[in-house]
Structure formats: C-alpha cells, structure tokens
Design a protein around this ligand. Sequence first.
Ligand code: FAD
Length: 391
Amino acid sequence: MQLGQDRELDALRKRVRELAAQYAPPRHPRTGVRAPEPEQIPALRKWTAVLFGEQLLGVNWPVEYGGLENPHPLHEKVVTDELVRIGAAGPVGGGLLAGAAIVASGTKEQKDYFLPRIRSGEHIWCQLFSEPEAGSDLAGLRTRARREGGEFVVDGQKVWTTNAHHADWGYLLARTDPDAPKHAGITAFALDMRTPGVTVRPLREITGTADFNEVFLDGVRIPADRVIGKVNEGWAVTTASLALERSSAGSGASLFGALNRLARLAGQVTRDGRPAIERDDVRQAIGGFAAEVYVNALVSAYGDSRALHGSGDVADAPVSKILFSQINLALHEYGMQLQGHDGVRIEGDAKVHDDGWWQDAFLYGRAFTIAGGTNEVLRNLIAERALGLPR
Ligand SMILES: Cc1cc2nc3c(=O)[nH]c(=O)nc-3n(C[C@H](O)[C@H](O)[C@H](O)COP(=O)(O)OP(=O)(O)OC[C@H]3O[C@@H](n4cnc5c(N)ncnc54)[C@H](O)[C@@H]3O)c2cc1C
C-alpha cells in the first residue's frame, strides 16, 4: 500500500459515495457522532441494511454471517471514514460493536439470532458500559448481576449511553463476582431493552440535543443464555469491541471539510470593515490549520500502513486520536473567534453563519477528547506502554 493511496480502497470509497447518494437518508448537518431523531429511525434501519447487505460493513464476520472471504484489512475503516468525510449517516446504533463481541465470544444460537438482525437493521444496539463512578476506570463498574436459577437479576445504573432511547438491545457489562479482583468477576450480557425494570432517561447536552441517556436497571431479569462469552470473563469479551472503538476514532476524515468551511467563513466575516481573509494574521492561522490537518491525515495513514504490515505500535491509534481531537477543537474555536459577537448566535437565527454549524462543532468538539478513551488516559498509555515510562 502506498501511504493514503490504494486502488482497491479507492474503488471502495467510490462505491460508498455512490450508495450514499442513492440510499443514505438526509441528515441534519450536525457534527460528530449523534443519536438520530425518532422520525429518522425507520430510514436509518433501511440504510443500515444497505451498508451490511452491500458488504460495506460486517466484512470481518464469518462468511456464513455475511462476511467476506478475504476482506482488505482496512475495508471497514475506509468505509467508516468515507461516510464521515461526505457527511452521510453510519449504521444506526452500536451493532458493529456488539456484533464484534458476539462474533468473537457468542454461542452459535446467539450468532444465528443476533447477527442477521444487526445486518438487517431490525435490532438497534446500545453499549451499556460507563457508570457514574466508572468511565476511564471501566473495570471499577458496580452494576451487579446475581444468579437466580436460570436467570441473572441485575441492579445498577449506566450513563452516557448513546442511542439507549432507540435501542432494542443493550450490550451490558455487570459484576457477577464482587469478591474477585477488579477485572475478573465481570460478565457481558445481551439485554432486551424492553425488559421490565429498564428505565431510560435522556440527558440533554451542552449542544441542546440528547444523544446520551442514563439507564437505570432495577431487578432486571436476563435469561442465562444471554450471557456473551463465559460468566466472570466479560473483560476479555469487551476488549474485542473496545479495540474496534479506539481504532475507528480519530482518523480525522471530517477535518478537510472543516478546513474548507473555515476558509469560506473567513471570506464572509469582516474585520475592520474588510473581509477577514484579507488580513495576514487570519491567512497565517488558516495556513497553520491546513498544515496540521495534513499532518493528521498522514499520521493516520502511516498508522494504517504499519498495521497492514504487522509493524503497528501501541501508540499509533492514541497518537492519531489525540492529534485529531486537538486540531478539531482548535479549528472550531478559531471559527468562533472569527465571528466575533456573532459567535453567540445559534441555529435558527437568521444571521447565524452556516446554519449554526460552527457553534455545534465548537461545543461538540469536546466529546472527541473524551470518547474512545480520554486524551489524558491515552497520554498515560503512550507514556507507559510505548515509551516505557514509570506509572
Ligand atoms: C461521544 C461519546 C459517546 C459515548 N457513548 C457511550 C456509550 O454509548 N456507552 C458507554 O458506556 N459510554 C459512552 N461514553 C462514555 C465514555 O466512555 C466515558 O465518558 C469515558 O470512558 C470517560 O469516562 P468519564 O466520563 O466517567 O470520565 P472520568 O473517567 O471520570 O474522567 C474524568 C476526567 O479525569 C481524567 N482522568 C481519569 N483517569 C485519569 C488518569 N488515570 N490519569 C489522568 N487523568 C485521568 C479524564 O481524562 C477526564 O478528564 C461516551 C462518551 C462520549 C464523549
């Protein structure tokens, strides 16, 4: 593979664009990974079925469950990046993450039941991992699952659950052995979100939307055959999906579009009665962002190339993700600065630039510094595991 260029992958990107033009439902031009509005769900289920049915996604699954014989190792990453780059919706919910766990650790019955329904868009999944006292320190989770005959009874609380208000199924982590060491004693479950005792409460965020939820679990009964993997061995199950989440964060596919918007904005707003783009300092700043966006793309392609050749480093994905989220935040902060007092206008205001896109991106930009491992935790990881520094 040449850095950032590959005929097979270029053809794949083209197919993504063609299919998106034909089938992708219109999307509110919000930034980031957002939960859809309820009325968008039926169209998104259909779009999800197209993405899996056309073998753009789920290609690493076994062939009998729709996977490809010999998929290109970067196939799914390229598809996901291209969707982000063109601003099209991805598959609805966390089916890819739950699917990865079921493929790696599920029973045949679970694979037969769940995988086709993820592919068809019939089942929307959410990921019930984080808790009020367990985010970065996920292994500290306290939600309990007690065995009672052929069932587990679950009590606890989850938080920041994207799409829980739309989800049919939850990929749940709960503690089954409170006496075991922290990473042991955790079990993964498939939870039917309509089970009595599951309460989903949306959380309104700084952006004004409600992408996340609190999920309360009170005496929730889960049949024992919905354990994914082995009882008390859920930590190993999660590593399959967490690795997928980390590798998909931070490729920076959205940054080139943001850079173009910034240049356009600088031509629209004025400073001292003249277009801001005519000022040296503004052109310097935009040139600086352009350099950073290119560096980010190259670092990401370099990581891909190393992974392809089996010479990947533990620091590759964290470095890419930190770089992307910092550039993304700084670029959108600058876009807000350029607007001066008009920066306080929001979507719906007749005078707001780009329909309020900047304000949304500026506020949402913080989420990328948190999701998929916070930047602080990833810096620790680089320091300890890649550089061998003391803890
Ligand atoms: C867009 C988005 C989508 C999400 N979707 C989901 C979802 O669907 N399901 C789900 O379960 N969760 C989801 N999350 C939650 C996410 O996994 C957590 O926010 C993340 O793990 C951090 O946990 P926390 O928020 O509890 O922060 P904490 O872990 O409490 O961290 C608070 C602060 O302390 C810092 N910190 C923590 N530990 C250390 C350390 N050892 N060294 C230095 N600094 C440290 C952190 O960097 C952070 O700044 C989502 C989050 C985002 C932003």
